[in-house]
Design a protein around this ligand. Structure first.
Ligand code: NI
Ligand code: MN
Length: 226
């Protein structure tokens, strides 16, 4: 399996030849190393409705025929805007897809669609792929129930560290304590002026409290094999 970071919260997971694209905000993302016209997706997974996550969902889904997965409000919005293949879910629910199992977890944040309509509740994404467990937290504050997610035995966690809109470095390092993943990838930083952070400071905070966890800092466009 391969995980590629595309800046902000966008990640591509390639598993058994299937491309799972998470939160594809590329157009307007100053960190994006690839355009919405050039990226491939079989499924688009959305944590919530904000524009910096929903991003290029419609254009990519229409071009590739990808199925859009997210909470009910988010995917019906996509459908209303011309996306043909959708799969509605909601917080706490899981489903076995051809690529593996996906559970939508709680996230403490907000969720409004780009036109201001309701995006339902924000979610995190817990993926069971090839015997490994991967957690993309979406946008969230720190919450103690992350320990329940950690009990799943996480191989890889993808956590926001930008502060202001989500967890900052100290809370994200706390989240690593609750989640105890083998690897953690920091995201949702340095895209805008509000969320400027040094990922190496996050690395130091994690090493201090969770030395068994390896911090993976990827520049946009870089990948890690899992
Ligand atoms: Ni958000
Ligand atoms: Mn965001």
């Amino acid at each position: 399996m391969k995980i590629t970071f595309y800046g902000h919260s966008c990640a591509l997971i390639e598993t058994n030849g299937t491309h799972l694209l998470i939160d594809p905000f590329l157009t307007g993302n100053p960190l994006a190393p690839i355009s919405a016209e050039d990226i491939h997706a079989d499924y688009i997974l959305l944590s919530h409705g904000h524009g910096d996550h929903y991003g290029d969902t419609e254009a990519i889904a229409k071009r590739t025929g990808a199925t859009v997965i997210g909470n009910y409000e988010v995917v019906t919005y996509a459908q209303k805007n011309g996306v043909e293949k959708i799969h509605p879910m909601n917080c706490g629910g899981s489903f076995s897809f051809p690529f593996g199992r996906l559970k939508m977890t709680i996230a403490h944040h907000s969720s409004t669609m780009p036109d201001g309509s309701s995006g339902g509740v924000p979610c995190g994404l817990l993926l069971y792929l090839e015997g490994k467990v991967i957690y993309h937290a979406g946008d969230t504050a720190l919450f103690k129930d992350m320990t329940l997610i950690g009990e799943e035995g996480l191989d890889f966690a993808i956590l926001p560290i930008g502060d202001n809109f989500t967890m900052g470095i100290q809370d994200a390092a706390r989240a690593v304590e609750f989640l105890s993943p083998h690897y953690v990838l920091p995201i949702h930083y340095n895209t805008f002026g509000y969320i400027v952070q040094d990922p190496n400071a996050f690395g130091k905070a994690v090493s201090a409290h969770s030395p068994e966890c390896e911090v993976v800092i990827l520049d946009p466009g870089q990948s890690i094999a899992l």
